[in-house]
Design a binder for this molecule. Structure first.
Ligand code: PHE
Length: 357
């Protein structure tokens, strides 16, 4: 028995891995292991012999089992040590400070706008850029042959010869998302809809594709006063100027009644534009109370619900806030411009962290 003990304890101590340990376990205390076979011989012994051999064999078995367990734990510790050593990483090395990509000012400004309106309880809604002319015009109280259709410089999609369904258009504004959002959600509703819009126009302040954000708020007793407050709240947060002045001018849109265009206070000194001071005004958006016919077209009962809508140019807001003089540069993909006007990719705009840094 002493020989057995010596043999196994030293073999266990020398075992190099778990597989070797398992072999030793089977050889010693497995069903057909040496110690197990010895235990089977107990039956053939005299009671006196058994009284001595039984406890001794049990003790041997226990001893081998605990040596196996201890060695197994030691092997696991060593394996962990080895991993820690080889996978070691120097976290004190300096990070890569070189900026590669940047966030485009339009993406940045869209995020800023969404953050501000989220804080005012507006969700984000979306619609397609290739739109039916029903959503783009008819649902917004612009029937066929209405003069307002001409004002939009619309891109019409070609139809196959002989297909006389009305054509699809590239949406000329984000207002069709009003209809889509109300159809989907009904009232009450509070959404903004940022996205691309298209008009056939090109000069320093116009590109055939640009960006708008629509706002829509429908409830039981929403008025122009709520519109004014929401917009003033928005401009103060967006331009980071408390008490920024706005001017509402009577205007006309087929889809709102009454309608107003909104200007913000600015100054022009030596060709330098400054927002929030001086006595000049800069037009930034169109707005009004949603026309009953628009509510009706979207399946919302105008006798029960009312509210306001507005639409503003995101590109224009970005130019004003970040002092970008030429709209066309937004879409030139000029790397030098993108590096100059772009934003660090991890500076996500939030109201608490700051909208722009
Ligand atoms: N859709 C209008 C435009 O593109 C803006 C607008 C939106 C006006 C909502 C009133 C209400 O000019």
């Amino acid at each position: 028995m002493d020989d057995l003990k010596q043999k196994y304890l030293s073999a266990i101590a020398d075992a190099g891995d778990e597989a070797a340990l398992e072999d030793l376990r089977l050889q010693a205390v497995g069903k057909k292991g040496e110690v197990s076979l010895k235990m089977r011989e107990l039956g053939k012994m005299t009671p006196e012999e058994r009284q001595v051999a039984g406890p001794a064999l049990n003790a041997l078995k226990d001893e081998i089992n605990s040596a196996l367990a201890a060695k197994k734990a030691a092997l696991a510790d060593a394996a962990l040590e080895e991993r820690l050593r080889t996978e070691w990483l120097d976290v004190t090395l300096p990070g890569r400070t070189e900026r590669r990509g940047t966030i485009h000012p339009i993406s940045q400004v869209s995020e800023e706008i969404a953050a501000i309106f989220a804080n005012l309880g507006f969700a984000v809604a979306e619609g397609p850029q290739i739109e039916t002319d029903w959503y783009n015009f008819d649902s917004l109280n612009i029937p066929p042959h209405h003069p307002a259709r001409q004002e939009f410089d619309t891109f019409y999609m070609n139809r196959a010869e002989g297909d006389d369904r009305p054509p699809h258009v590239l949406r000329t504004h984000t207002s069709p998302v009003q209809t889509r959002a109300m159809e989907k959600q009904g009232a009450p509703i509070r959404v903004i809809a940022p996205g691309r819009v298209y008009r056939s126009d090109y000069d320093q302040t116009h590109t055939p594709m640009f960006h708008q954000v629509e706002g829509l708020c429908i409830d039981k007793d929403v008025s122009m006063a709520n519109l004014k407050w929401v917009l003033e709240e928005f401009f103060a947060a967006f331009f980071e100027i408390d008490g920024i002045k706005t001017r509402f001018r009577a205007s006309h849109f087929p889809f709102t009644e009454p309608s107003a265009e909104v200007d913000i206070q600015c100054s022009w000194v030596d060709g330098q534009l400054k927002i929030g001071e001086g006595d000049d005004w800069m037009e930034v958006l169109g707005s009004g109370m949603v026309h009953p016919k628009v509510l009706e077209a979207a399946g919302v009962n105008p006798d029960e619900w009312q509210g306001f809508a507005f639409g503003m140019g995101i590109d224009r807001l970005a130019m004003l806030k970040y002092g970008i003089p030429d709209l066309r540069a937004f879409f030139d993909s000029d790397l030098r411009w993108l590096r100059h006007y772009g934003f660090a990719s991890l500076d996500v705009p939030t109201l608490h962290g700051g909208l722009s840094r």
